[in-house]
Design a protein around this ligand. Structure first.
Ligand SMILES: Cc1ncc(COP(=O)(O)O)c(C=O)c1O
Length: 303
């Protein structure tokens, strides 16, 4: 009765069973906790809560790319990080995950493949499968840092490959794309005529400074590049989801999803301008998260 695409494995994995068992024990330092609203981070500022009562949310003023004030706010967010992004090159989505679905649809026909660094954002497998896209995983090796295996990448790219997808920095390894890897990726995309999808939801969560780290791909126009991010990670507010894609300026009519396709506007896209304007500068959202990680790792190394 149901499609193969939704034949999920619903039994809990051995890891989730082990985590549930440990969570029932006292004195646990849970480094797997991933809900930022449940780990004693600073509470939502009163101005942001007040912004939810903005009468503007009562107006419906659709724009297929997402409301311009929200796109301008996202561009201002990038400006605060030192990147020039034109709001015209941004498209808002209900979440980063939804944006992945759009891009898979935009680039791939059924059975086409996307090469992806592995391990990666766990939901990617399901998102690709829902769109009938096959993911080809490429592993990383440890050379003092996790590095994508370029020989394996070359083997993985076939005539049905439409894109390379990477998370920068990666979830779960935390590894950033290096400047050298960036050049290698661009060379492959040029050589095979394929697109690059870069998920940067954790861009502002570095463990340390690293001169070899590649900058955001929002400035990358050498090949067809789609850079994804969203409020759920940049503001550590998963309950106020809003995603976006930055694409390079259009050269061909179809380098963006059709205008009839998108969901727009969402309540959080109306809230985004105030929220981004109030956003603490630099990595201020990330800092309490990093501090928490460090205290967790200190506590575990003492045991
Ligand atoms: C690497 C990565 N990308 C995207 C997402 C999803 O973002 P959103 O909440 O905007 O769908 C997550 C969520 O954990 C993630 O880890």
């Amino acid at each position: 009765m149901f499609s193969d695409r939704t034949a999920w494995i619903t039994r809990p994995s051995p890891l989730s069973v082990a985590i549930a068992e440990r969570r029932a024990l006292p004195g646990l330092i849970d480094l797997t906790a991933s809900n930022p609203t449940a780990v004693d981070l600073p509470p939502l500022a009163p101005e942001l809560i007040a912004a939810l009562a903005d009468p503007g949310v009562g107006r419906y003023d659709p724009d297929p790319a997402g409301p311009l004030p929200a796109r301008a706010a996202v561009a201002a967010y990038y400006a605060s990080l030192g990147y020039a992004v034109d709001p015209e090159h941004l498209r808002l989505s209900a979440s980063t995950s939804e944006a992945y679905g759009w891009l898979f649809n935009l680039l791939c026909d059924r059975g086409d493949a996307v090469v992806v660094g592995h391990p990666s954002y766990p939901l990617l497998d399901d998102l690709a499968r829902l769109e009938g896209v096959a993911l080809t995983p490429v592993g990383s090796t440890w050379h003092g840092r996790w590095e994508l295996d370029l020989d394996a990448l070359d083997e993985a790219i076939t005539p049905s490959t439409r894109a390379i997808a990477l998370v920068h920095p990666n979830n779960p390894s935390g590894a950033y794309v290096t400047l050298e890897l960036r050049e290698a990726l661009l060379a492959r995309c040029r050589q095979h005529g394929i697109a690059l999808l870069v998920d940067e939801v954790f861009l502002e969560y570095p463990h340390r400074d690293d001169p070899l780290r590649a900058p955001s791909f929002v400035g990358c126009d050498e090949v067809l590049t789609f850079t994804l991010s969203g409020l759920s990670k940049t503001l550590a507010l998963p309950q106020m989801k809003l995603g976006w894609v930055r694409r390079r300026p259009r050269r061909r009519a179809r380098s963006r999803p059709s205008d009839g396709w998108s969901t727009s506007p969402t309540a959080s896209s109306l809230w985004a301008p105030r929220c981004c304007a109030r956003r603490p500068s630099g990595c201020a959202t990330a800092r309490p998260c990093s501090a928490r990680c460090e205290s967790g790792s200190r506590a575990t190394s003492r045991r």
